[in-house]
Design a protein around this ligand. Structure first.
Ligand SMILES: [Mn+2]
Length: 368
């Protein structure tokens, strides 16, 4: 093989993708010497880093690697790095520069979470951005061998106002620590602008972190062999005390179209934020005025319609900050049991659902 042919065996490669947060990531490597690799937030950054990695390799080669049998053969590559590094790397980098906007159909759309083997699920009620309470539930569940959690909303998806504290980042880190995953069915106290802008994974779930997803209204998914459905959202009965786009979002309440999206196929488990009408006896701790009262009742009627159409065995919900349950009997004799979960730092905040038996048991937690 001529020297020129030997040089042709090494080729700089630059590739573009999106990470889980939707940010651009550039990777760079030398084809034929794959251990020389780097990445960066931009193409120039990745090219710089690849240049440094190549120089570092050449230096180690001169110092000791030339004696190693698997590296001795790369003398031509080292010569190329020593004499012509940028004349060699730059044309390849320039060729990789996107001439149009970044490809929308990127080959690295976020993978869906694999939920096929899951046997038990922890279901938790309103957390309102209290990451300590979230961490405790995630930890207790993991101790009991439960690594999938479903949240019924008022999770506290931010950003909220000017706070740069991120509930989603804190919870994603806790999930990582315990090898767990969490699916949020949004409530009314969530930043809907963030949800509307979120990227979807291959399963159609909204990506909030590596291990954290939110479920769009009307979304269906499977856990093990069980069929789940989601209709998040509710009316904030205190919205007149809140600021639009800062602590209140007009997209908060579900609509008829969401129930139609969910459709009539039977479900095992329906997850909502508010309680479907007739699902369980709940009582507001304070008087609610019109028009919020009527709007909230309309939402509960819509959720009841979803229950009547999908006849789930179980409904999990929250919103009322109390632990209640109730049974709806359908005309065909089948029954739906509704579990209303309490708020953060309470014993009624979380339960464990056994997917084989559909049995529901409290998840034992402690007050702080
Ligand atoms: Mn709520």
């Amino acid at each position: 093989m001529s020297r020129e042919e030997q040089r042709g065996c090494y080729r700089p490669v630059f590739a573009w993708s999106l990470d889980d947060d939707g940010a651009e990531v550039w990777t760079a490597r030398i084809d034929g010497a794959n251990w020389i690799a780097a990445e960066g937030a931009s193409l120039p950054e990745a090219a710089q880093a690849l240049g440094s990695a190549a120089r570092a390799y050449a230096q180690s080669w001169h110092e000791r690697l030339h004696e190693a049998p698997e590296h001795a053969q790369h003398a031509v590559l080292v010569e190329l790095i020593d004499a012509q590094l940028w004349a060699w790397l730059l044309p390849a980098a320039i060729k990789a520069t996107p001439t149009f906007e970044p490809r929308r159909s990127s080959p690295t759309v976020t993978e869906g979470l694999d939920l096929r083997g899951v046997r038990r699920v922890a279901v938790a009620g309103d957390w309102h951005g209290v990451d300590g309470a979230a961490r405790q539930v995630i930890e207790r569940a993991a101790e009991q061998g439960v690594h999938l959690l479903v949240h019924v909303g008022d999770f506290g998806i931010g950003p909220w106002g000017n706070s740069d504290r991120s509930m989603t980042k804190l919870v994603d880190a806790a999930l990582h620590k315990h090898g767990s995953r969490l699916l949020v069915v949004p409530g009314n106290h969530e930043n809907y602008d963030r949800l509307d802008a979120a990227k979807r994974d291959r399963e159609g779930m909204l990506v909030l972190g590596k291990r954290l997803r939110a479920l769009p209204r009307g979304h269906r998914w499977s856990v093990g062999t069980r069929r789940f459905g989601a209709i998040g959202g509710a009316v904030s009965v205190d919205r007149r005390h809140r600021a639009p786009g800062v602590s209140w979002w007009p997209q908060e309440a579900p609509m008829q179209a969401d129930v139609d999206t969910l459709s009539d196929e039977p479900l095992d488990v329906l997850v909502t934020h508010d309680v479907p009408e007739g699902g369980a006896l709940v009582k507001s701790g304070f008087p609610v005025r019109e028009p919020e009262l009527s709007e909230a009742n309309e939402v509960r009627a819509l959720l009841r319609q979803a229950v009547d159409r999908t006849k789930p065995h179980l409904v999990f919900c929250g919103h009322w900050h109390q632990r209640r349950s109730g049974v709806i009997t359908h005309p065909d004799g089948s029954q739906t049991t509704t579990h209303v979960l309490d708020m953060e730092w309470t014993h009624g905040n979380a339960v464990v659902l056994d997917l084989d038996t559909l049995d529901v048991q409290p998840l034992i937690t402690q007050s702080p």
